[in-house]
Design a protein around this ligand. Structure first.
Ligand code: MN
Length: 215
């Protein structure tokens, strides 16, 4: 099989009380697992896709055969987004970023608080299921945008309505918060800052900056 469900990088209880263990168990072990299984089902018989990293497949969806393209977009997008989501959270996290990322957030959004406000507002404004992203755009600048379903900025403007290299993401599908927060997505988004691992976001930021060609 081409893709595997990555283990959670911490125990399912690690993000309590902000994200409860049962939500983590179902979200990772059932939802994410199903996206990986359905992605593998879609690309079975396409060895050139099975050999590619997920980022490479999603950033070139037009080269995916049309009859499996929607399945790859939805399930591959789900695999990619959830993997990033788990990786940028952690226990004993929260607080605020430091160094170049902190400076860039301040330069782009005015202040860390203004950045958080904009990120939460984008997450709240997303109707139905989707994601809110922080990414490095093609100009090398930080940008916040939300996408529907499992679309991601690496899929490009024509598909996702935004384009760039994601460095942080929050899942705003109801399955991400409903057991604990029910309809209160805004409360989930506010609590979520307590589990953001800024050291991890900073590593994604440094990688994204390296791969963006400005100009
Ligand atoms: Mn999810």
């Amino acid at each position: 099989m081409a893709f595997e469900l990555p283990p959670l990088p911490y125990p399912k209880t690690a993000l309590e009380p902000y994200i409860d263990a049962l939500t983590m168990e179902i979200h990772h072990g059932k939802h994410h697992a199903a996206y990986v299984a359905n992605l593998n089902k879609a690309i079975a018989g396409y060895p050139e896709l099975e050999a590619k990293p997920i980022e490479a497949i999603l950033s070139d969806l037009s080269s995916v055969p049309e009859k499996i393209r929607t399945a790859v977009r939805n399930n591959g997008g789900g695999h990619y987004a959830h993997t990033l989501f788990w990786n940028i959270m952690g226990p004993n996290a929260g607080g605020s970023p430091t160094g170049e990322l902190a400076d860039e957030i301040k330069a782009t959004f005015g202040s860390f608080d203004a950045f958080k406000e904009k990120f939460e507002a984008e997450g709240l404004a997303r109707f139905g299921s989707g994601w809110v992203w922080l990414f490095v755009n093609k100009a090398g600048k930080l940008e916040i945008a939300s996408t529907p379903n499992h679309d991601a900025p690496i899929m490009g403007m024509g598909i996702a309505g935004c384009e760039g290299k994601p460095i942080m993401v929050c899942d705003v599908w109801e399955h991400a918060y409903y057991l604990k927060y029910q309809n209160r997505r805004g409360d989930f988004l506010k609590a979520w800052w307590n589990v953001v691992n800024w050291a991890a976001v900073t590593r994604y930021y440094q990688d994204a900056k390296k791969s963006v060609v400005v100009g």
